[in-house]
Design a protein. Structure first.
Length: 745
């Protein structure tokens, strides 16, 4: 005999003696000895008693769980006092049951299973939970082929022995053996299925055996849906006060699913399944989280054969049971086992390319996985290097971000953007890479497996099958969910930025409700962070400031200016080149800047369309400052400057050479004001000079006439001296430098 944790002595079956039936029968001599004995002579004849019992007695079928429990206990255990142990175990349940357990579980089990009656019920069925005895006595026993006592003893004996051995080994064991404590990974499963509970239905026996091995736990242990869920729950920090809560709850669902229940209902309610985990130290939120994980569905790791029924009149409660019928759910579960993660990620990548949009980016490129992280993978990212705004969608099979698994991804992007050695892209500043979040990719992958499984189910079903329509509806719904998951997974984007420490790749997350697959959403995020400019919002003052503070050391051509937003990370991304054309037009016609040809002559555009993005013959340069108005009086003023009488004299000559020039753009003749030379005078008289009447000041667009132009500073000295034919105004400037003359006035 074995002593269990509650003082029960387990009665092992007696081994056979090795004697045949004939050997066990008493011999004639033995019979004579029995009949001649005093006990035999005093005892009534068996036939005498049997006849009178059948005539006067009443046959009573044991249906009460308490009486049934007494029979089972006498068959399994030796007689002992159990009241103290039973009350202690039941009291622990009652004392630890808080208001949440009472409200959501015990109050919904029915009046006969309330918490207030738990102590009395446990005393009647100890060491088994009263819910298990009620299930056997009131529901399993209704099956005609189920052998009440013999079958129950076979099941309960194996169950009790398993938990006694677990307790002896120092492992966890339940205080009360309930519906979820039948060890279906042992021979207890075969004892249950062969007990007659399924009325000898071979197909049903095979079906439930397969369900137990697939959805609960395999016969050898170490696998099964519920078994795997326990590992996931433990990883997520769910502590239900027991080592395998998902297996216990799934086993209870299995036990409640074997036969129809009262009023033709199937399976168990939520309260019954959560009650299978009840006990001292079991928090209700953890038990409910286990329940939610089991019913979540195959995609989220839930039970594949689980069916969920709702009452038609909405007056009852929802029920959950494991089905052996080849339902859509079972077809789907079978198809899920044939879908790998690699196939699911391939589906995500193909679908992401269909969902992506580039506007307002001018280019969109899809970067395929290379299989490893090296310079080759970085080169694949930077392959499309050119003067355009590019949105690069990275393959989720290789590049992900965050969750502690993005070191190789960041290394590839650093090389692709030119931050680290390996590549030297010219237009990395206009490249924006979008990629998935590592954790969200896992959810999208599971959803892709769901889609692939439903597509396989639809292909398997015959067109005339009534379930095919429902399968197509579920397939289409799964496809829509997959699209949403893929958009949600593409959460991050990366771009190049020059910081105080040099070039750096900036990683950003897009706002909820948006996706990095949409170029418009990414552009709006870049505008919000100041890395891009909204269409039509580029200000000429901003462009002027960027040019002035750029530190280029020389004047820039229009071609160089139009390349700056694509090659210089200090410049913002511009959605439309016409925005930059409009801004440069306003800059070139401002008071600070001007466009000049190779000779230094101003090329004044009359409209933005005359700004040529490919021009290399023009230069944007600062506009020369004009002569102050006080030194260039108006020609209309005919009154000469008044001089003191002792200094006044008539100049020897009042005429001078007039230089005329026909401008290259406006063709206006402009008269240069001539400076009079001082005439020789007697030594005794002071020299006097009268300023010549100045010419009419030119209009604002004529300020850069040849007399005031300077040769291009970027030309070498020999080019500045021989770059064009010598003109009269050159000679004039040369003469002025050689003989500036005396001061005026």
């Amino acid at each position: 005999m074995l002593l269990d944790q509650h003082g029960w002595h387990y009665r092992h079956p007696q081994p056979p003696t090795g004697r045949s039936a004939d050997q066990n029968r008493p011999t004639q001599a033995g019979k004579a000895q029995l009949n001649d004995s005093p006990a035999a002579s005093a005892a009534p004849h068996p036939g005498y008693l049997a006849a009178r019992l059948q005539r006067n007695g009443e046959t009573v079928t044991v249906t009460d769980p308490a009486d049934f429990a007494q029979i089972i206990r006498r068959r399994l255990f030796t007689r002992t006092s159990i009241d103290a142990a039973a009350r202690a175990a039941a009291g622990a349940y009652v004392d630890t049951a808080n208001d949440v357990w009472i409200t959501h579980v015990y109050s919904k089990l029915g009046s006969g299973r309330s918490l207030s009656r738990l102590v009395d019920r446990v005393i009647e069925t100890y060491p088994f939970h009263p819910d298990l005895f009620e299930l056997v006595a009131k529901e399993w026993s209704k099956v005609q082929a189920f052998q009440r006592v013999r079958s129950t003893v076979a099941i309960f004996a194996r169950t009790a022995l398993y938990w006694i051995n677990e307790h002896k080994e120092g492992r966890w064991a339940p205080d009360l053996i309930g519906p979820g404590d039948i060890p279906v990974h042992t021979d207890s499963l075969e004892a249950l299925l062969s007990s007659g509970i399924l009325a000898g239905n071979v197909r049903a026996i095979q079906g439930f055996r397969a369900v137990a091995n697939t959805d609960v736990v395999r016969s050898s242990g170490g696998s099964g849906t519920a078994f795997n869920l326990d590992a996931v729950l433990e990883t997520n920090g769910v502590n239900a006060g027991q080592p395998a809560p998902a297996v216990r709850m799934a086993t209870a669902c299995f036990a409640y699913s074997l036969v129809p229940r009262a009023q033709g209902a199937r399976g168990a309610t939520k309260a019954e399944l959560i009650a299978a985990l009840s006990g001292p130290g079991v928090p209700y939120p953890a038990a409910e989280e286990v329940f939610n994980a089991l019913i979540a569905g195959p995609v989220q790791g839930g039970l594949g054969a689980l069916e969920h029924t709702r009452p038609a009149n909405s007056k009852g409660t929802d029920r959950f049971y494991l089905s052996i019928k080849q339902t859509l759910g079972m077809y789907h579960s079978s198809a899920m086992t044939m879908t790998s993660n690699e196939i699911a990620l391939d589906r995500i990548w193909k679908r992401a390319q269909d969902l992506a949009s580039k506007a307002p980016f001018s280019g969109q490129h899809f970067v395929e996985a290379t299989g490893d992280h090296s310079t080759a993978s970085a080169a694949a990212i930077a392959a499309e290097d050119g003067p355009e705004n590019r949105l690069l969608v990275l393959d989720p099979r290789q590049w992900t971000l965050l969750n502690g698994k993005d070191t190789s991804t960041r290394s590839d992007l650093d090389v692709a953007f030119g931050v680290k050695p390996g590549l030297a892209p010219t237009f990395a500043a206009s490249m924006v890479a979008v990629l998935v979040n590592t954790q969200r990719r896992a959810r999208a992958r599971d959803r892709a497996k769901d889609v692939l499984a439903w597509e396989r189910v639809v292909d398997q079903l015959d067109p005339s099958d009534e379930d095919r329509t429902e399968a197509r509806i579920r397939r289409d719904a799964a496809r829509n969910k997959l699209d949403a998951e893929i958009k949600w997974a593409y959460q991050h984007y990366a771009y190049l930025l020059r910081t105080s420490n040099g070039l750096a790749v900036q990683y950003k997350s897009i706002a909820d409700g948006k996706t990095a697959l949409a170029g418009r959403d990414v552009w709006d995020e870049l505008v919000a962070t100041g890395r891009a400019v909204a269409p039509g919002a580029l200000a000429s003052e901003y462009v002027s400031q960027l040019i002035a503070s750029g530190g280029f050391g020389r004047h820039l051509t229009p071609k160089e200016l139009f390349a700056l937003p694509y090659s210089n990370p200090e410049w913002p991304l511009i959605a439309d080149p016409d925005d930059l054309r409009q801004a440069l037009f306003q800059v070139a016609t401002s008071k600070e800047w001007m466009l000049a040809d190779s000779d230094g002559n101003e090329v004044r555009p009359s409209s933005p369309s005359q700004i040529q993005p490919a021009s290399m013959q023009q230069l944007l340069r600062p506009r020369p400052t004009t002569t102050p108005a006080a030194t260039v009086p108006s020609q209309r003023n005919t009154q000469e400057h008044a001089l003191p009488p002792q200094h006044a004299r008539t100049p020897s000559s009042s005429t001078g050479a007039r230089a005329s020039h026909s401008g290259p753009v406006h063709h206006h003749a402009v008269q240069r004001p001539q400076r009079r030379r001082q005439t020789a005078a007697a030594p005794s008289q002071p020299s006097q000079v009268r300023r010549a009447a100045p010419a009419t000041p030119p209009e604002p667009h004529l300020l850069d006439h040849p007399a005031s132009r300077r040769l291009p500073a970027h030309l070498p000295p020999h080019r500045r001296s021989t770059g064009r034919p010598v003109r009269a105004d050159d000679l004039y400037r040369h003469a002025q430098r050689r003989s500036p003359g005396p001061p005026l006035g």
